[in-house]
Design a protein around this ligand. Structure first.
Ligand SMILES: Nc1ncnc2c1ncn2[C@@H]1O[C@H](COP(=O)(O)OP(=O)(O)OP(=O)(O)O)[C@@H](O)[C@H]1O
Length: 630
């Protein structure tokens, strides 16, 4: 924090000595005392210290603190006697952006109609076009309006009717496309309908929630909890969150107060069950967010224990929802154990890397990465595109690497903070807060921050070290380009990453990105050697593994947003399968026409971004920031 105090010129006393900041000669502007001169202004200092000193926004403005994208507006409440005032006031405390301009500015809902959708399973409930079409209850609907969710996103349009109808679901949709609400709304609705049932709920010492939402990281669990709290505001539905790294006592006390919906990470959940403070016997709704991660080798045992070996009702007696942006076939197969007569939904164009994210891959030797990063950040700075409203998230491979890069960047005058699994929870939370607020506009992270986190204003994701697995890449770059906004992702590709060349090339091609010729050559070479890190055939957005390779006759429906449109618009899975089988049923042609219509949920005002060639790199970046983020 001391470093950031220096950077912003905050009058607060630093808690530890300020590090001297070196400014490389090539970065020295004529009269700058900071690498980020705009944040040195008294105005920024003032607003930042306000934010830190007061945990809540000043009233009677309606502007929330947090997750907003774009400038906030001040809503003056003219009638404080209004019956809604108290309720609205409390809602504001829940970190809701009250920027009425942002929804229409940032998200182009018209582009929804072009989204390719695949749904398989028996008797699939029809999708809806508006939240009003679903019986969600008045209180929940009011909260949806307060959140400025004017229209459901494609995953919400298709998934909510399925789960409201009581069906199990395996859903695959692009990063940042609104999956959280897609599982929260039906759960809250269901809990509201059930919670007054006379069935015993355990009593004070034993908490028996009706719904359990599991996620792989503490930060993601907290985020889902905060989001669900907004949706459940004023409904009487009780929520609690349980995650490791913090004392369990307070979390147990919260459970004692009663809990309908519990959001948890697996480890802490098991701990609570083993202490006999929590029982899963009343669970009616089970959600695994980032389900493929939850069922991969790292978590599978724990999840099986929770779902199969504790007292949770079996499939059929509970409703199970699995959500992710990626769903490899082997994981789908395993996940099927947890489901009963489920609907499979794949929503999104190709790959989970939406056209919203401009992807760049640069060939950089390991030894040269730091210099290259410095050049990149310097260029951003000179373009004014590394500010509190255009954050940069840098992924590295190891915890040690994260610490080292954080220190090095700070020494070079770039305010950075690191997050990784070896930091204590308080440090992790502080780092994230500082990054989100823009006080520290660069976050260096391991994969602990790669999934699910919805941080407004992340304009640039840099894969300083590429991950080993293409799915991790998809999730990492998905921290930008969210909710209809544009973003930029840059990857440093070195010799170590050869095994990723093929899958990366495929992914970029699918997302209409410019693939450097050297990368294509590596990908070709990889074809002749091995295919480690490659994608399963027909995987993302993929097809239901129960059906094998997709074909028109097998699938229940393919559509572009409209349920009645049965035209076979393929997803990436279809694309691969079609390529592999050289089918003649028009997949390729259809795919091409889909590609031409590439803008899923795209802010069309950023069209120039997509036309930008390699030499327009920073110009295009500027476009992202100018029109997409601020
Ligand atoms: N219907 C909607 N209208 C407007 N904004 C929405 C809507 N649904 C979701 N959002 C916003 O979109 C953003 C991304 O949503 P969310 O975090 O649920 O994405 P996700 O699909 O879970 O992403 P990831 O795959 O990275 O976990 C959030 O800020 C959320 O508030």
């Amino acid at each position: 924090m001391a470093r950031n105090d220096t950077f912003t010129g905050s009058p607060r006393k630093p808690t530890r000595p300020t590090r001297p900041r070196y400014l490389p000669p090539h970065l020295r502007p004529q009269n700058a005392g900071s690498v980020f001169p705009d944040t040195d202004t008294p105005e920024f200092t003032r607003s930042r210290s306000n934010r830190f000193n007061s945990p809540r926004p000043a009233r009677p403005t309606g502007g929330g603190r947090g997750r907003g994208r774009g400038p906030r507006i001040t809503v003056t409440i003219t009638n404080r006697q209004n019956a809604n005032w108290v309720s609205n006031e409390k809602f504001d405390e829940l970190d809701v952006t009250d920027d009425s301009s942002e929804v229409t500015n940032g998200i182009n809902f018209d582009a929804y109609e072009d989204i390719p959708v695949q749904a398989t399973g028996e008797n699939i409930p029809a999708p809806v076009k508006a939240f009003e079409e679903i019986d969600l209850g008045d209180a929940l609907k009011q909260n949806i309006k307060r959140c400025k969710f004017l229209k459901p996103t494609p995953i919400q349009r298709h998934a909510i009717p399925v789960t409201v109808a009581g069906r199990d679901l395996m859903a695959c949709a692009q990063t940042g496309s609104g999956k959280t609400a897609a599982f929260c709304f039906p759960i809250i609705r269901g809990v509201l309908k059930r919670r007054f049932s006379p069935a015993g709920r355990g009593g004070r010492a034993l908490a028996c929630p009706l719904a359990l939402i599991l996620s792989p990281t503490r930060e993601l669990s907290c985020q889902i909890y905060e989001e669900a709290k907004k949706f459940a505001h004023g409904t009487g539905v009780k929520l609690a969150v349980a995650y490791g790294g913090t004392p369990i006592a307070q979390q147990l006390r919260n459970l004692e107060k009663g809990v309908d919906i519990l959001v948890a990470t697996p480890g802490r959940l098991v701990d609570m069950i083993e202490r006999e403070r929590l029982s899963l016997r009343m669970i009616k709704y089970l959600t695994l967010d980032e389900a493929d991660r939850m069922l991969d080798m790292g978590f599978e045992q724990q999840i099986r224990k929770i779902v199969e070996q504790m007292d949770m009702p079996p499939p059929g007696r509970r409703q199970t929802m699995l959500f992710s942006a990626t769903f490899p076939n082997n994981i789908q197969r395993m996940a099927a154990d947890f489901l009963s007569n489920y609907v499979f939904l794949a929503i999104g164009r190709v790959g989970s890397s939406t056209g919203l994210i401009v992807q760049r891959v640069e060939l950089v030797e390991d030894m040269a990465k730091r210099t290259h990063l410095l050049d990149l950040l310097s260029a951003q700075w000179s373009n004014g595109t590394c500010t509190k409203h255009a954050l940069t998230l840098i992924f590295v491979e190891t915890k040690r690497g994260a610490n080292e890069l954080e220190s090095w960047l700070s020494r070079k005058g770039f305010p950075a903070v690191a997050i990784h699994g070896d930091k204590i929870q308080m440090e992790r939370e502080q780092a994230l807060r500082s990054f989100k607020s823009g006080a520290t506009p660069i976050l260096v992270a391991t994969d602990v921050a790669s999934r699910g986190l919805d941080i407004p204003h992340v304009a640039h994701v840099i894969n300083f070290d590429l991950p080993r697995n293409i799915d991790d890449y998809v999730h990492r770059i998905g921290r930008t380009g969210r909710a209809g906004k544009c973003g930029l992702a840059t990857a440093f590709f070195s010799e170590k990453n050869m095994s990723l060349a093929k899958s990366l090339t495929e992914l970029m091609m699918e997302a209409n990105q410019e693939v450097p010729s050297w990368l294509s050559q590596y990908a070709d070479a990889e074809n002749y050697s091995f295919s480690g890190g490659g994608r399963d055939k027909g995987r993302f957005g993929g097809y239901d593994f129960r059906k094998g390779s997709p074909s028109r006759s097998e699938s229940n429906y393919y559509s572009r947003g409209s349920y009645n449109d049965y035209s076979p618009v393929p997803s990436i899975g279809d694309y691969h399968a079609a390529a592999a089988a050289s089918t003649s049923d028009g997949f390729y042609n259809d795919h091409c026409s889909t590609s031409a219509n590439a803008d899923y949920w795209v802010d069309n005002s950023n069209a120039s971004l997509y036309a930008a060639g390699p030499h327009q790199y920073f110009n295009s970046y500027e476009t992202v920031v100018a029109s997409g983020w601020e």
